[in-house]
Structures are given as C-alpha cells and as structure tokens.
Design a binder for this molecule. Structure first.
Ligand SMILES: Nc1ncnc2c1ncn2[C@@H]1O[C@H](COP(=O)(O)OP(=O)(O)OP(=O)(O)O)[C@@H](O)[C@H]1O
Ligand SMILES: [Mg+2]
Length: 327
C-alpha cells in the first residue's frame, strides 16, 4: 500500500533471514533455508494487518524480527520509527514495552506456576512509580477488558484452572497491561476450537477499536484474516506474493497462490459458492527453475519460459500488488 514509510508503525525493507539446517559435523554441506527473502512491508499505524500463509512460510520469523527476538541477515526492521538493530541493553528493554507479542500456544507462553494476578501484573513491575493498589486496579481493568469478568474471581487461578480460551485471554491481558502501541499476535487461535476462536477474534477487534494499537495478526486462515484485518499480505516460502486491502485481496485475488488459499476455504457467501480457481497442482512439478517463482512447482498456470525468473510485486489495483508474471 502507498504510505509514508516515516509514519508507518512497522517497516521491513529488503529483509532476508537465513537459517542453516543440519550439523556441520554430520553433513558435508549445510542446507540454507531462506525463511524470509527480500521482504518489504509497510504497516500503517492503528490498523489490523494480516500476515497469511501456510506452515513454514516465514510468518513467525517475521514476527520474531518485529519484536527483535532475532535480527535479519540483511535489510532493516523499523518499529515506531526506530531501527531495531540499533537498540541494545536497557534501551531495547525499554522500547520493547511498546511492542508486545501473543504466542500461538498459551500453555507454553504462560508459566504454570504463576497465578493470573502474578502473570498479568509482572510487566507492571517495570513501572516503578505505580503503587501496589494502582497495579491491582490496572490488572483488574485489563482482565475486564479481555472479558474475564468478574475479574477478581480469576486473580488467584493458575493456568491449568482455566479453559483454553480463558488462557489465551490471560495472555492477551498480559500483553495489553502496559498499553503497547504494537501488538503482534502469532496464530493466537490455532489451539482453540472454531467457536472459541471467533470469540477471540471479536475480542481482538474490540481491543483494537478501543486502544488503536497497531495489530499484526498472523494466521494460515484467509477467512479469519478477512474477518479481522484491514490489510492482508500473503506470504509463501519467505516471499510476499500478494498484498492489499482485505476486500480487494479476498474479492479480486490475483496471485494463483492466494486463489489456491481461497479454494481451500469452506465456501462462504454467494460469491464463492460457484467460483473455483484450481491453481494448485496435486503433484508438484519437477522441472523447477533455479531462481524462478517460489510458487512455480505447485502452480497450475506456470509457464517455464516466463516463470523461470523471480517476479516482483507490481500493481494489481488500488493499493493492491501481486508478484506474478501471468496477471
Ligand atoms: N531456528 C530455526 N532454525 C532452522 N530453521 C528454522 C528455524 N526457525 C524457522 N526455521 C525454518 O524457517 C522456515 C519458516 O519458519 P516459520 O516458523 O517462520 O514459519 P511459519 O510460517 O511461522 O510456520 P507455522 O505456520 O508452522 O508456524 C521454515 O522452513 C522453518 O523450518
Ligand atoms: Mg509460526
């Protein structure tokens, strides 16, 4: 989308992140995985931005770079106007309070030996000027915000005494208690059943409308992204293949991979009942070009002579871009 990158809440510019797999001792050559490959993203403030892709596409890697749990091998990650690579020590710790993350599995992200009051009030210990009573009030207010009502009845429970949906609400409360400016939610509902997931989506919408936090919502589910997000970026094997306002991406998908993601959804609404794209091959191609389109092996539309080069994002409508030679 066309935005002024100085005002964007999050900017990824030419970001590549490589992982090396296989032990140097056991294998002659280590394999390099391009978890993110030359990714450019501009996320405007105060929006819900969806990052959508299948397992292994690089979504969590992008999230970890945004909260500076990792650094890129090349390119820059800026959040709230600051280059994350330049932050260290106490400056990084202080800055990180503005950027919170919710993880996929609340069982792993919540300490089973901590009660709810301890989990949610812990980040407030950084606010030395707050009295004990003020902290308790803030915890109660935040628990009410995430729908754990009446909040006082949850304070002394432990994670195993909560349902999956309640645990994820506690994780959201812990992330929101410091009033962050950026919230990164990495597949926050993948451990929940569909009806509870919908409750969590509604909660995230409510929180975003109230707090105006910039939210990055990571999911493999295009329907969930459509429900929640203002903008969607579709990622595949570390590359952004399509990006634009949610309505455009869902109603006029341009990239064969986005079309395949839509084919995979249960039919919804009258538009999609009849429409199928059939852009994903059941059997991957074997004649894979070395530096060609990342979707080539599975794309039913691909042509070797055209797709043997790597496409870059080009305009496919207002604020809508796709990386495909065939559109
Ligand atoms: N620490 C690591 N060491 C080696 N490879 C890694 C590491 N972390 C991720 N990868 C690889 O990088 C690629 C992207 O992984 P990532 O976790 O970002 O995907 P994802 O889109 O979050 O997938 P999922 O939907 O399953 O969570 C994958 O091929 C993964 O195997
Ligand atoms: Mg992940």
């Amino acid at each position: 989308m066309e935005t002024d990158s100085r005002k964007d809440a999050i900017v990824l510019a030419g970001v590549t992140r490589l992982y090396r797999s296989g032990s140097r001792l056991l294998t002659a050559r280590q394999k390099t995985i391009r978890a993110l490959d030359e990714v450019d993203l501009n996320i405007p403030p105060g929006c819900i931005f969806g990052l959508v892709g299948e397992s292994g596409s690089g979504k969590t890697t992008a999230a970890r770079l945004m909260v500076r749990l990792e650094k890129p091998d090349s390119g820059t990650v800026s959040v709230l106007g600051r280059d994350m690579a330049g932050l260290h020590g106490k400056h990084l710790r202080r800055f990180r309070r503005k950027i919170q993350m919710i993880f996929q599995d609340p069982y792993q992200s919540l300490n089973p030996y901590q009660s709810v009051i301890s989990i949610v009030s812990e980040p407030l210990s950084l606010r030395r000027q707050m009295t004990k009573d003020q902290r308790l009030d803030k915890v109660l207010e935040t628990l009410a915000l995430v729908g754990l009502d009446p909040p006082s009845t949850y304070l002394h429970r432990y994670p195993h005494q909560l349902s999956g949906g309640q645990r994820q609400r506690v994780a959201i409360a812990r992330a929101m208690v410091l009033d962050p400016q950026v919230l990164i939610a990495d597949e926050p509902t993948s451990m929940l059943d569909a009806s509870i997931a919908v409750q969590i989506y509604r909660l995230m919408l409510k929180i975003q409308h109230r707090s105006k936090v910039t939210m990055v919502f990571i999911t493999h589910n295009l329907a969930a992204a459509n429900y929640l997000c203002d903008h969607i970026a579709v990622i595949y094997r570390g590359r952004i293949l399509e990006i634009g306002p949610s309505g455009s991406v869902i109603n006029s998908p341009c990239h064969p991979y986005t079309q395949a993601l839509l084919d995979a959804l249960p039919r919804f609404g009258h538009i999609w009942k009849e429409r199928r794209f059939d852009t994903m091959l059941d059997e991957p191609r074997s004649d894979i070009p070395q530096n060609g389109c990342v979707f080539y092996s599975r794309c039913s539309k691909a042509e070797y002579s055209t797709c043997r080069r790597q496409p870059v994002l080009k305009s496919a409508g207002r604020d809508h871009k796709a990386a495909c030679f065939l559109i």
